[in-house]
Design a binder for this molecule. Structure first.
Ligand code: COA
Length: 354
């Protein structure tokens, strides 16, 4: 077995596109085996597309091969504009090849790459069933829930100095019929009244919203529960948001935005976004945020109902929405439960500091 390292990869039709196909296939197997179904909107093209903004986020891929056999991959993400001590790791080994040292070899190669780029904090995410089995459990630093400490993935990370910072609850909802979704959104608007107006778009962020959206994305990066993980504010401005617009196009994904404008000031004070992949029945909830001083007015409920109505109208192939929330994020979980989201799994946020 040997580890290959790729400091840049090409898109569809190029010689090393197989790395993204491998990565997506291995993660899909992992999700289906752990949670019973695949809910992700990721494709090989979207995984490659993520790498196309190297001025903001640099990607390195370590791949384990044995002859023609491709055994596993570790995608290393190195933020370039903030969080300069941090690296995100996405490490996955083919299920039939686990327990033979492939994961350890990939992790060693990835950590070496991280260190040579000045990184000393490493974060990664796992999938787990809703209910932990086994006698030994591990609890996160923040929020309720637990993982089976003897699950091979969890045990692998704990044995290598990673700690469980937070658990995220994965849940999904089947969207109501279009007319029901539209009615819910209208009712939510009536409750909120005339102080706020809904603005929606798919595709590039309108010029008159972009500074406010950038400000909200910055706020969101440190405002959500993180279990004490080392997270610095994301350094995002309008130019980076524009690059992110372009990146979604390259990824072959649509991003639907639903925002609320405070009529008195004209400012966008909250938004919710969902990712839609062509032909895939599940849309992925991305960010939802409302600025602190505008909370408590029913805007969270308004954002979600308006978004779901627009998803139904614009994307008839989308039947469900999947989301991830920190298990301790009571306000967001309450809105999601009210709208009908039901939990189906957990995701563990692990961190190691050297
Ligand atoms: C985490 C993961 C990459 C480890 O890969 P791996 O190839 O099994 O790793 P290794 O073989 O080097 O080590 C596996 C560990 O589990 C032990 N193990 C024993 N039996 C095992 C089995 N049947 N299956 C898996 N691991 C087993 C190994 O002995 C080793 O333990 P150690 O700490 O004593 O060395 C793999 O489990 C995986 O792909 N998990 C899903 C993806 C994921 O969540 N990744 C982590 C977040 S980024």
């Amino acid at each position: 077995m040997k580890i290959l390292r790729f400091d840049a990869t090409g898109g569809p039709g190029t010689a090393d596109f197989w790395i993204h196909e491998l990565d997506v296939a291995l993660w899909r197997d992992e999700v289906v085996a752990t949670l019973g179904e695949d809910y992700s909107t990721q494709t090989a093209q979207s995984r490659w597309g993520e790498t196309t903004m190297p001025e903001d986020m640099r990607f390195v891929h370590c791949v384990a091969v044995d002859g023609d056999d491709r055994l596993g991959v570790c995608t290393v993400e190195l933020p370039q504009r903030d969080n300069l001590s941090l690296a995100y790791l996405s490490l996955v080994v083919r299920r039939g090849a686990r327990g033979t040292g492939v994961g350890s070899a990939l992790l060693d190669a990835a950590l070496e790459c991280c260190r040579s780029n000045g990184r000393s904090i490493f974060q990664g995410w796992t999938f787990a069933p809703l209910e932990a089995k086994g006698p030994r459990r591990v609890r996160p630093d923040e929020g309720p829930g637990e993982l089976d400490a003897d699950d091979p993935t969890t045990a692998f990370l704990l044995a290598r100095g990673f700690e469980l910072r937070l658990l995220e609850r994965l849940s999904r909802v089947t969207l109501p019929a279009p007319e029901v979704a539209a009615r819910q959104a209208e009712e939510a608007k009536d409750v909120v009244g005339d102080d706020y107006a809904v603005v929606q778009w798919a595709g590039p962020i309108p010029d008159d919203c972009i500074d406010d959206i950038a400000r909200l994305v910055r706020a969101m990066s440190t405002d959500i529960p993180n279990g004490g993980a080392a997270v610095e504010e994301t350094n995002i401005d309008a130019a980076r948001m524009r690059r992110s617009d372009a990146r979604y196009q390259t990824m072959g994904l649509d991003r639907l935005f639903t925002a609320v404008r405070h009529v008195g000031t004209g400012r966008i004070v909250g938004f919710s976004s969902q990712i839609v992949a062509p032909g895939m029945p599940t849309a992925q909830q991305a960010a939802t945020i409302i600025l602190g001083e505008h909370r408590g007015h029913g805007l969270g409920w308004l954002l979600k109902t308006a978004a779901h109505a627009e998803l139904r109208r614009r994307y008839p192939h989308v039947e469900r929405v999947a989301t991830e929330n920190a298990t301790g994020n009571a306000p967001m979980l309450a809105i999601n439960e009210r709208i009908g989201f039901e939990p189906f799994g957990l995701s563990g946020w692990f961190e190691r500091r050297d």
